[in-house]
Design a protein around this ligand. Structure first.
Ligand code: MG
Length: 392
């Protein structure tokens, strides 16, 4: 039995958000990826931050993520973040050390990628700590059969009796876990319970919750969305419009939606003048309130001279993703007398789908003339309009 230490602070929380790990779309570390418009880290903080027994919260972050952290924590009262180490274990140790002055009774250590933490779980962990346990973790009984597999072949079946999956927040007597980390430095253990166990500390398990899962793949985000939908959090639909025009110059082909179409002229422009792809890019940026193509890629910057417009569209796609948006459809109209678009429509749709990593059935490409009226009618150039629906 461990007697309570003399300390004025009952409980603090430490959020581990320094990992690079799996990423969605290759740019944003998963703890900052948005789930229905709110980052995973912010979702955790909004729940933990209003728990009456948690007096302070500190987040361990990666030095490269300061801007993302600032955005994710806007308006939430927190201690100054600290930078983590190369391994999770080192990050947690640095976080624990940062609480030395405060010297709390308990510390709850939580993964920033478990956004569905509940006050019920926190209460159960704290109740068990109040019962004089020094280390408490939430867990779930393993219900699926377990196999030891190598190169897609089952080596052996694993007896699942007494097997549990460990979750977070893991709760500890502050001094006990800090001492355990200190004596286990340099090991790459995957959770703090393992560190406590290796240090001879008895770890108590309480019942976790299925919804308190760890977001590790894009499919987990869909699962999270379904969960939020069931709990009354709804997405809204936003619409974006993009319009572009480029004039002709002498040449042998035009590029539309990244597809080179033989023609007796080319399009003038700073980049490859892909008028159709520019319209789609602007529509996507508009739908998520991310400005426009000229703002992100100024035509005055020589860097973008003769560049492929695929770069612009890729960026627009990641702006959508970063805001937790999902492209529902893109409808593009190319306006010109010539060249004839119809034979290239399929290739164009597939190319846009490839760049945005979406199903090509979400993209519709139309072409129209203006009955020989106006600049397109006089064959002076090509205009394009795109409209897109983004669920966010
Ligand atoms: Mg343009």
């Amino acid at each position: 039995m461990i007697l309570k230490q003399k300390t004025s602070v009952d409980c603090v929380a430490l959020l581990v958000a320094a990992g690079r790990g799996n990423r969605f779309g290759g740019e944003t570390p998963k703890q900052y990826v948005k789930l229905m418009g709110v980052s995973l880290l912010r979702r955790c903080l909004k729940i933990i931050g209003i728990h009456p027994r948690i007096k302070h919260i500190r987040v361990v972050i990666h030095p490269d993520d300061m801007q993302l952290y600032k955005e994710a924590t806007k308006g939430i009262k927190l201690l100054k973040p600290i930078f983590g180490g190369d391994q999770r274990q080192e990050s947690v140790y640095l976080g624990l050390k940062s609480y030395k002055e405060i010297n709390p009774q308990y510390v709850l250590i939580h993964d920033a990628v478990r956004p569905f933490i509940t006050h019920d779980i926190i209460d159960a962990v704290l109740a068990s700590l109040d019962d004089q346990h020094v280390a408490v973790i939430p867990g779930l009984i393993v219900s699926d059969s377990l196999k030891h597999v190598k190169k897609n072949k089952v080596i052996t079946s694993v007896d699942r009796a007494n097997l549990w999956q460990a979750q977070t927040p893991q709760g500890f007597n502050y001094k006990t876990i800090t001492d355990a980390h200190e004596s286990m430095m340099g090991l790459a253990l995957t959770d703090d319970s393992a560190i406590a166990e290796k240090n001879g500390v008895s770890v108590e398990v309480i019942k976790g919750a299925i919804e308190n899962f760890k977001v590790t793949t894009p499919q987990d985000l869909d699962r999270g969305e379904n969960f939020l939908n069931m709990n009354g959090e709804k997405k809204t639909m936003r619409v974006g419009l993009g319009i572009d025009v480029h004039g002709f110059k002498p040449g042998k082909s035009v590029t539309l939606c990244g597809i080179k179409i033989p023609f007796n002229k080319s399009l003038k422009g700073h980049s490859d003048a892909d008028v159709a792809m520019h319209a789609i890019t602007d529509a996507l940026l508009g739908a998520v309130g991310a400005g426009d193509i000229g703002l992100i890629f100024p035509p005055t910057d020589p860097k973008w001279k003769n560049c492929k417009s695929e770069i612009f569209l890729t960026r627009a796609g990641s702006e959508v993703k970063q805001r937790g948006g999902k492209i529902i459809n893109i409808d593009l109209t190319i306006i010109c007398e010539k060249p004839t678009i119809s034979t290239y429509r399929d290739q164009m749709q597939k190319n846009i789908a490839r760049i945005l990593n979406i199903n090509d059935k979400k993209i519709n490409i139309k072409a129209t003339t203006t009955e020989q009226l106006g600049f397109t009618g006089r064959k002076e150039g090509i205009a394009a309009q795109a409209i897109t629906g983004v669920q966010i």
